[in-house]
Ligand binder design. Sequence first.
Ligand code: PXP
Length: 238
Amino acid sequence: MPALGVNIDHVATIRQARLTIEPDPVWAAALAELGGADGITLHLREDRRHIQDRDLRVIRETVQVKMNLEMAAEEDITAIAVDVGPEQVCLVPERREEVTTEGGLDVLTHRDRIVRRIEQLQAANIEVSLFIDPDRSQIDAAQGLDADAVELHTGRYADAENDEEMQQELVALTTAGEHARNLGLRLNMGHGLTYRNVRQVAQIPGVSELNIGHSIIARAVMVGMERAVREMKQLVSA
Ligand code: PXP
């Protein structure tokens, strides 16, 4: 049964829309924990469009479950991560113009930069996950750089336009996941997962953690954070 990591970035997005103090992602993290989240995931972007440095520090002090920090493989953000000390960092590609993380990290092209970040983070006892597409050569490269985990990008599965395409993407995720586990990598997945499509991904053998943001926060606006997380947790553990 996979663990559920709840991504709370969107709560900070609403706050930043008015540059005010509410809603506070720190509260959202606490309520997610009460709803049964196994982890809190947050992305400190270089442009600070949602999560702020202060959020990271206060959540580090107040949340008891696992903290998973998503970040670009940059020197300045790495220094902040080492200082704050989340249990896990997930390295993601980042482009300023994107609405959300659009594709996986290209570990082959950015090998040198990524390996330096992995070394710095692991030296600070932070486990490192690489957000990659379900692609064999990217998984091999992640293992070659001594990453602890991979997070397979489930976006193509989530965007599938019919059942056949969806099944194809599930097979791709399952095969890639098996390959990652055979290489000794912990297997996480995320992006675009919803109350409707999560069940089949949660059943892929060996998935350790699912990271879900948009769909949970969208439901939380209607039913409250704690209930939204509890309902997702039920689906993930079913
Ligand atoms: N995993 C990673 C690495 C991400 O960048 C994101 C989006 O921030 C998610 C999971 C969550 O995606 P979604 O908001 O579509 O659930």
